[in-house]
Design a protein around this ligand. Structure first.
Ligand SMILES: Nc1ncnc2c1ncn2[C@@H]1O[C@H](COP(=O)(O)OP(=O)(O)OP(=O)(O)O)[C@@H](O)[C@H]1O
Ligand SMILES: [Mg+2]
Length: 509
């Protein structure tokens, strides 16, 4: 490998009450993909933000060398000028404008001072074609799924002709096919000599794509080694500082009566009249049961749950029974009133108010439960909030920490805590462990299992098949908006479930 393109030496960064980085060193060579891994809150995103000029000098200690010379970026623009492009964990596209405008935001091609729209669109089209992305540059970003938004972010980074590209959790929301597209792009960039920093909790992907791996733990570098000298178990042990035994809990629920039933749920694509995203789907969930819903991305899983919850504009029909009695759910507050909780996949859009405290976020949905007639009972709230923060091991100074300052995985735990405080009887979980590290995943799995043991009915959607199979008592499979299979825990093998999920087989209960 050639001389390092980038060296970060002894980087230390503190936030009020938290030392996020403590003497971290990291280097990067041209044409290298260097993976950065570590538990939630280990300091990965913070290190990247220092490189990107988000935290300029002297807000941190330590040195950054580019091509051997010391650099201090005063702001994000400065780092961009040094051809460093960052794709952040929380997407930052402007939802209301087109894909093309997002790609060239602030750098629009101009003629006589005015934006040259023709050129803007044709250059965006060219860039998307280069990446083999079938996305119309004229589409407003809000019409894209999160996976496609992520790919647009990547197109945007590439439009800046970067020599260092940083990807913070790029595949969290991508389908398998989109991951392949992304990896194709990364391999092409590597061949062109672009250096990349790849942050991910998905170790199988890290092992597929990276040349070297650096492990961070509690703001310190634990080590950097060639990927070929490592294996997953060793990386996990370095990340968490202990051997992680069995990831999934032992599932032995005493399932009770049916407490939730949905019948005839049909959802139309609000953008494409006549196109059904969910087509007459029904299912039941029992007390003390985890019902897994498997299916590929786009199979209608999230839309199904959102429609039941009263949160999907395209809902055409849905009959819902709680305790075998029909109930009316026209909006989320109706669902909450009937004891249904919902941890959504897109935490930025539906789950979390980033500029509020952890406590405020946690108690938002459950306020009615904890409050008296006119005033909220603040002590009871704080006590309940602190208890769940402890139970879920949320890494923060206190429940008064602002949610937006938490690491990605810890934000997800706050969303989970929020719904648990509503004391639901039925809990919908849509991608509950997206962006969560292995150690914390194990904790969340144990929590889910415990909640089921306590008598909740849990409906679990996840793109990670091992997660669905590892936690569920029963699994239904969706394909193109319809149920194509139902399995008991014993019958649900990955092969059998996948053949229903891809439309190759059908299986009745
Ligand atoms: N703006 C901020 N204000 C206060 N604390 C912060 C801020 N940003 C990060 N932290 C804290 O610094 C630590 C490192 O956070 P960071 O986001 O770098 O973790 P991470 O490794 O990216 O985790 P994840 O895998 O969850 O994304 C955490 O304890 C986090 O709460
Ligand atoms: Mg992060």
């Amino acid at each position: 490998m050639q001389a390092p393109l980038l060296e970060m030496k002894q980087i230390t960064k503190s936030f009020p009450g938290v030392r996020a980085l403590d003497g971290v060193s990291f280097d990067l060579s041209p044409g290298e993909i260097h993976a950065l891994v570590g538990e939630n809150g280990a300091g990965k995103s913070t290190l990247i933000k220092i490189l990107a000029g988000v935290y300029p000098h002297p807000e941190y200690d330590g040195e950054i060398f580019l091509d051997g010379s010391a650099r201090c970026f005063a702001n994000v623009r400065d780092a961009e000028k040094a051809r460093i492009a960052v794709i952040y964990q929380e997407l930052s596209l402007v939802k209301d404008v087109s894909v093309a405008e997002n790609i060239f935001l602030g750098r629009e091609p101009r003629r006589f001072g005015v934006i040259n729209w023709e050129k803007l669109y044709s250059r965006a089209q060219q860039l998307l074609d280069d990446l083999h992305l079938a996305i119309d540059p004229l589409t407003p970003v809000r019409n894209l799924g999160i996976g496609q938004q992520q790919l647009v972010e990547i197109a945007k980074a590439l439009s800046q002709d970067a020599r260092i590209v940083v990807l913070d959790e790029p595949t969290a929301a991508l389908t398998d096919a989109e991951v392949e597209t992304l990896f194709g792009i990364l391999n092409k960039l590597r061949a062109r000599g672009v250096a990349m920093i790849y942050i991910s909790h998905k170790l199988d992907e890290v092992f597929r794509i990276s040349d070297r791996i650096t492990v961070l733990r509690d703001g310190r570098t634990i080590g950097t080694e060639a990927t070929s000298d490592l294996d997953e178990a060793r990386v996990i042990a370095k990340m968490v500082g202990r051997e992680v035994g069995q990831i999934f809990p032992e599932v032995k629920h005493e399932r009770g009566d049916v407490i939730f039933e949905a019948r005839n749920v049909t959802v139309e694509d609000p953008g494409v009249p006549g196109k059904l995203l969910v087509d007459r789907v029904g299912f039941t969930a029992r007390k003390a049961e985890v019902l897994g819903i498997a299916g590929l991305m786009g199979s209608g899983r999230s839309e199904l749950l959102m429609a039941i919850f009263g949160a999907h504009p395209g809902r055409k029909s849905a009959e819902i029974l709680v305790d075998q009695k029909p109930v009316q759910i026209n909006q989320p507050s109706d669902a909450i009133k009937h004891g249904i909780g919902f941890v959504t996949e897109d935490r930025k859009r539906y789950g979390l108010i980033l500029d509020q405290t952890i406590l405020k976020n946690m108690t938002l949905a459950g306020l009615r439960k904890l409050s008296g007639r006119f005033v909220t009972n603040e002590d009871a709230e704080a006590a309940a909030g602190e208890r769940s923060a402890r139970e879920l091991r949320i890494k923060a100074n206190s429940v008064f920490t602002i949610a937006g300052t938490l690491s990605g995985g810890n934000q997800q735990k706050v969303v989970l805590a929020k719904w648990l405080l509503t004391n639901p009887r039925v809990l919908f979980l849509d991608e509950p462990t997206r962006g969560i590290d292995v150690g914390a995943k194990q904790e969340i799995y144990a929590q889910i299992n415990k909640l089921a043991e306590r008598g909740l009915a849990i409906v679990l959607v996840s793109s990670e098949l091992p997660e669905v199979l590892g936690l569920s008592d029963r699994v239904i499979v969706l394909y193109e908006g319809r149920i194509t299979g139902e399995f008991t825990r014993g019958e649900a093998t990955p092969e059998a479930v996948m053949s229903c999920a891809t439309g190759h087989a059908r299986r009745a209960a």
